[in-house]
Ligand binder design. Structure first.
Ligand code: COS
Length: 381
């Protein structure tokens, strides 16, 4: 399948795709199994990602980025994920933090904090989830109290990707305990802030190179580190998540593309009863179902990217893309493993890793159930 013949992609995207495909296959793919097996951080790839401008593809040039259009961002993330899903996931978490600065920050905050992140001088992280709340951020219990020219932030966070490796963490905290989601504010927290304690990384089933940590906070940040006004945090998080759901869909496309490629090659080469596996009707039907699902997910994802590029509302389209692509990648990786038989279940081949990597896609950055809630509410209204 040729990426750049897809609707919405251009000749420039073809050049981008060829360059990234080389990087993904030559640099990322050979390391992917090692990061997974040895539980190492994909942050080892940060210098190379920065050199290619990938740390700032969502950021305008004015703030150190390279400002790709949304469809090109989808393309880029999908190609990174083909080589190493953990690296794509780490970049996705970086974009959560940088998008928050871009959408919620003033120019002084962007210059100070966003520019070095876009240039890849460090990673960003986005600390919304807590031990007691993931799907419903309105229930978060980390508090921020104004103390003169500072805010004191006290609480705990859970499953925060990139936290240990980050240069800057965007932290969400209640500035008014009585206002539900309208009492949530967002703060810029430099990683070296005193009182920030980062626990050891979680031992994850998949995406093991995309590290996630628990945080304990009793920190002070300058009042100028507040993003927007007090109470703006929830809507900012929702806007950032609209973007990030496209990034997750793109990661799903990349993992599924890699699994599908393995399946098509394997079934062509594997002989059963004197003919290649892919000459069997049952196998062809499985490949057909996988291909249809993958193409449908591409369609939904590029449609959402198109709406985003046109500055049209794209919340529903992003949720549809994330929901469908995350379910799709679980289907495609499962069928790809099945077509490989016993070999697929071994760590000699990447199929079992693809299956493990795919599983979190239905959970993080809004579970499938949350996406159905977002879509269902928008349809009903
Ligand atoms: N963009 C901008 N504003 C949005 C928005 C979006 N995508 N979604 C909601 N809002 C606004 C609403 O318009 C509403 O504004 P007003 O109060 O001015 O009317 C406000 O935010 C509250 O919206 P809503 O009532 O829908 O909030 P809920 O508390 O019911 O939120 C969902 C429901 C499910 C949408 C939300 O809690 C959610 O997305 N949860 C999942 C969080 C998540 O993905 N966590 C993963 C970890 S973070 S990496």
């Amino acid at each position: 399948m040729v990426f750049c013949t897809r609707v919405g992609l251009t000749d420039d995207d073809k050049i981008l795709a060829e360059m990234l495909m080389r990087f993904s296959q030559e640099k990322l793919a050979p390391m992917a199994a090692i990061l997974d097996r040895d539980n190492l951080s994909a942050a080892c790839h940060l210098p190379a990602l920065a050199e290619l401008g990938l740390t700032g593809i969502n950021v305008p040039e004015k703030f150190g980025g390279v400002a790709l259009k949304p469809a090109s961002i989808v393309l880029a993330i999908s190609i990174i994920a083909q080589g190493c899903a953990a690296t794509a996931s780490m970049l996705g978490a970086h974009f959560l933090g940088t998008d928050a600065l871009l959408l919620g920050g003033n120019d002084a905050q962007r210059e100070q904090f966003l520019t070095p992140l876009a240039q890849g001088k460090g990673l960003a992280a986005f600390a919304l989830t807590e031990p007691g709340c993931g799907s419903n951020p309105a229930e978060l219990t980390t508090y921020a109290m104004r103390e003169g020219d500072y805010y004191r932030i006290v609480g705990g966070k859970q499953f925060i990707s990139n936290a240990e490796e980050a240069r800057t963490i965007i932290v969400f905290a209640k500035t008014d305990k009585n206002l539900g989601n309208k009492g949530i504010s967002a703060f810029i927290l430099p990683r070296d802030t005193a009182g920030l304690v980062i626990d050891r990384a979680e031992n994850l089933m998949g995406i093991r190179g995309g590290k996630a940590y628990a945080l304990t906070l009793d920190c002070r940040v300058p009042a100028s580190n507040l993003l927007g006004n007090e109470g703006d945090g929830f809507k900012l998080a929702m806007k950032v998540l609209d973007n990030s759901r496209l990034d997750v869909a793109a990661t799903c496309l990349g993992i599924a593309q890699a699994a599908f490629a393995c399946a098509t090659e394997w079934t062509k080469a594997r002989m059963v009863g004197g003919k290649p596996l892919n000459m069997r009707q049952g196998v062809q039907w499985t490949l057909a179902d996988m291909g249809c699902q993958l193409e449908a997910a591409w369609g939904l994802t590029l449609q959402a990217a198109y709406l985003r590029a046109c500055q049209q509302p794209f919340t529903m389209a992003a949720s549809m893309a994330k929901l469908f692509a995350s379910e799709m990648v679980n289907f495609v990786t499962d069928r790809a493993l099945q077509l490989h038989g016993g070999y697929g279940y071994t760590q000699e081949l990447p199929l079992e890793r693809f299956v493990r990597d795919a599983r979190i896609m239905r959970i993080y950055e809004g579970s499938s159930e949350i996406q159905r809630t977002v879509i269902g509410r928008l349809i009903a209204n």
